[in-house]
Design a protein around this ligand. Structure first.
Ligand code: ADP
Ligand code: MG
Length: 312
């Protein structure tokens, strides 16, 4: 079942779309089944992935308005190894329409249940606003990837983003997590960049991806050729960074899965030990505690059979 990640930051120009396209392409290179959903009426993720945003009758707009099946709005471009749900200016109309619709924030989540088994990862490129579209992404997602440019105003607005995530967690989507903070357009020569980067690590600790996306002109050029960086210039620093990010994400996932398995095995072992112990205790207490001493206080009778096994 697909892991669904919203790529969000209400600031524009921080690298959301660039990350969406290039991360999907990099994960596609590792044979993962990936879907990129363009949830921005600007349609930059669509064109950057090499899909003509006005050539498709069915787009994210139709999916949100339930005027088509989810699969019908997905295209599989030949030159990339991921699928795309394209978007264009029609999405603005959907946004307006949704405002007066019951259950408006759940539309995308409901639509994605139709395709969740078909992918390993679904990435949603959000618009630069905390609007009903972004809300749909947060309700549908397991996590949020936040691209941050390490500059003076980077942290501004972060609290309202975190607040929105918290509200969604506390209401419609308790499983929503901060998947990771990604430092983008990083310029190592800039002292301020390092300072902001350190602040992010101080605040978000291990949730900051180790991979840093450098400022790289090839990343800025690639969209005008409709090509993800791994095809446009595979050996560029930008390409290497997004491939490294894909690797980091996969390794994190594997580490989480093996920790989960270990915890499950441990709790199963503990549960069976506890059942064995309680069976022994019951036997012992029945055999060794004479009924006339039980409850007198000179030897407490433990009721270990009542104890629930601890689940870590
Ligand atoms: N690492 C990078 N190096 C150089 N230019 C970048 C980089 N990431 C993004 N850009 C450019 O910066 C601009 C904004 O990026 P974009 O991904 O569209 O941001 P957002 O989706 O957050 O608005 C685009 O012109 C893009 O090509
Ligand atoms: Mg964008």
């Amino acid at each position: 079942m697909a892991k669904i990640i919203a790529i969000a930051n209400q600031k524009g120009g921080v690298g959301k779309t660039t990350t969406a396209i290039n991360l999907c392409a990099a994960l596609g290179e590792t044979q993962r089944r990936v879907l990129l959903i363009d949830l921005d009426p600007q349609g930059n993720a669509t064109t950057g992935a090499g899909v003509d945003k006005n050539a498709h009758d069915l787009t994210t707009c139709d999916v949100l308005l339930s005027t088509c099946q989810t699969k019908e709005a997905i295209v599989s471009p030949e030159h990339v190894k991921f699928d795309v749900m394209p978007s264009n200016a029609d999405l603005t109309a959907a946004e307006v329409h949704l405002m007066s619709t019951e259950g408006r924030e759940r539309r995308l989540a409901e639509a994605l249940t139709q395709v969740q088994e078909d992918y390993d990862y679904i990435y949603i490129d959000c618009p630069p606003a905390l609007n009903v579209l972004t809300l749909n992404a947060f309700v549908a997602a397991n996590g949020v990837l936040i691209p941050m440019q390490c500059e003076y105003y980077a942290l501004e607005g972060l609290s309202s983003l975190l607040q929105t995530i918290k509200q969604v967690q506390g209401s419609v989507n308790p499983q929503l997590a901060i998947e990771g903070i990604l430092r983008t357009m990083f310029d190592g020569r800039n002292k301020l960049g390092h300072e902001v980067s350190n602040q992010l690590i101080e605040h978000f600790e291990s949730r900051v991806y180790r991979t840093i996306i450098p400022r790289n002109i090839r990343l800025a050029e690639a969209p005008s050729f409709g090509q993800p960086i791994v095809y446009y210039d595979k050996s560029s620093r930008g390409s290497i960074a997004y491939l490294a990010l894909a690797g980091e994400i996969i390794r994190r996932e594997m580490a989480t899965a093996s920790a989960r398995n270990a915890a499950q095995t441990a709790s199963r072992d503990e549960a069976s030990q506890s059942v064995e112990a309680s069976t022994d205790d019951n036997k012992n207490s029945a055999e060794s505690v004479p009924s006339d001493t039980a409850g007198r206080g000179d030897k407490p009778v433990e009721s270990s059979s009542q104890e629930a096994p601890t689940v870590s």
